[in-house]
Design a protein around this ligand. Sequence first.
Ligand code: DX5
Ligand code: ZN
Length: 224
Amino acid sequence: MEMKISPSLLAADFSRLSQETAAIEAAGADMLHLDVMDGHFVPNISFGMPVIASLRKCCRLFFDVHIMISQPQRYLEDLAKAGADLITFHVEAEGDPGETIDAIHRLGLKAGISLRPGTPAEAVFPWLDRVDLVLVMTVEPGFGGQKFRGEMMPKVTAIRREADRLGRSDLMVQVDGGVARDTIALCAEAGADCFVAGSAIFGKADYEAEISALRQLAGQAAGI
Ligand code: DX5
Ligand code: ZN
């Protein structure tokens, strides 16, 4: 299993977004994590379609878009037009998750489903055969720079186990929130293969060194 690092743009310098994305691409990121918030599903607002569309023109990375919005289905088409490659919505949001997954796939994109810390792993089991990615939040969504919640690891393991049981060993299991050098091994041991990191990468001077170190620590922990 390949260990993928998805730096979260939320921790970048917003006055220099094109330089930041260019630097993260050159540093060997596997994808770029873009957090879109609506001020309703979470108590914060980040950036939206115009920013994603502008970055699409100058960045070739796979756009991993995490939407923390109450009505995901309203914005899927606009996100696709802006340049999303994968859209991860929350199982707790409005609308039937199956319909949201189908709508994302109809737009030709990959679909992910995410759960907040208080939501049990079983809440996403009905959709594991249809999604491309499950995002287990390791902090309460809404803000970067929070403390990693290790008690989420059994959820990662339960989801990986259920995916394997369904013959979905290709399913990406992503973790997001407080992922850093001292926490990434726990996530990889638990069964994650895709790691979002904001402050652990953008908060540092050498993006390439951080990405390589994170990927290596994850690989070691997963035994590859
Ligand atoms: C939080 C976002 C995260 C955030 C992670 O709601 O989903 O992607 O940027 O930031 P760090 O890695 O700093 O915890
Ligand atoms: Zn995120």
